[in-house]
Design a protein around this ligand. Structure first.
Ligand SMILES: [Zn+2]
Length: 304
């Protein structure tokens, strides 16, 4: 004879079995949080529709010394995976992530050999802007694919296919950039920018790099930095100088005024734009930069 307690237990089991199909219904989509918009866009391309991806920082945000909000901790805590660049880019990340428990993370520069920062307080530390090289971006894509597969193995084939298709698009943009930037005469192949964020890009496309400050920090656009770049621009007679979307371009406009170089426009590195801007995706960021650089360095210089 079944005791009342045991009968209740059995009944409970039966009800749980009946309820199970309802509970097993559409699984909550996995959530991925990236530290900034460029990584979020790359991750969305690999994830497709299988995973929700968002960026902690908004378009246009300063990402090196970003100050995370309590809501950012909540967002990361609710995620299944947090993607970050590493190599010292997000100086706030480790302290931030220590407040998040039990969430996986992936460093997307894993496997990349860094170029060192040339000078200043961060001299000899890795220059973190490796995504500016389309060739190295392929390593980011592979790291994203692996990290997504680890949290959502049943979508492995889709991630694989998406990653392959996206890598092909990156290679195509790279090939176009190579062809277009090759039109810049050798003596004008100097990319003068605000932050020294173009070391990987200039290495890929055989350009020289000049900048106001080596990496975004407290020390941006000091009189000493402005003076040094003015000297360098005068010496190399570059026709145009540029500045990035996330920093103040005032010191670079001063360099332009004092050297007679043109202010060649805005470049995108540390952030995408919103959907209506020139760089709403990583691929568009690469193309917009290539166009701006090409236009700036091939247009006849103003009389000096
Ligand atoms: Zn930067």
């Amino acid at each position: 004879m079944i005791q009342p307690f045991a009968r209740r237990a059995l009944l409970g089991t039966a009800m749980a079995a009946l309820a199970a199909p309802a509970l097993a219904q559409p699984a909550r989509p996995k959530r991925v949080v990236a530290t900034f918009t460029v990584l979020a866009d790359m991750a969305q391309n690999v994830a497709g529709t299988a995973v929700l991806v968002e960026s902690l920082t908004r378009p246009g945000a300063e990402i090196h010394d970003y100050e995370p909000t309590p809501l950012d901790v909540v967002r990361a805590q609710a995620a299944d995976l947090v993607l970050w660049n590493g190599m010292g880019l997000e100086r706030w990340f480790e302290r931030f992530f220590s407040r998040v428990n039990g969430v996986r993370d992936a460093v997307l520069t894993m496997g990349i050999t860094p170029v060192g920062i040339g000078e200043g307080p961060y001299a000899n530390q890795p220059n973190p802007h490796a995504w500016m090289s389309p060739t190295l971006a392929l390593i980011y894509v592979e790291n994203i694919r692996r990290a997504l597969t680890a949290i959502e193995p049943q979508h492995e084939a889709a991630f694989q296919a998406n990653a392959q298709a996206y890598a092909a698009q990156i290679r195509a943009v790279d090939a176009r950039m190579r062809e277009r930037l090759a039109a810049i005469p050798a003596e004008r192949r100097v990319l003068a920018t605000c932050e020294g964020a173009f070391s990987y890009l200039t290495r890929d496309y055989q350009m020289r790099e000049a900048y106001l400050w080596p990496i975004n920090s407290e020390d941006e656009g000091s009189p000493r930095q402005v003076r040094a770049l003015i000297d360098s621009v005068r010496r190399s007679r570059v026709p145009a100088v540029f500045c990035e979307s996330t920093v103040n371009d005032r010191p670079m406009r001063q360099v332009a005024r004092e050297t007679g170089a043109r202010f060649g426009g805005v470049l995108y590195v540390d952030s995408l734009t919103g959907p209506d801007g020139a760089a709403p995706t990583y691929l568009k960021l690469l193309e917009a930069n290539a166009e701006t650089i090409l236009r700036g360095l091939t247009t006849a210089p103003a009389a000096r």
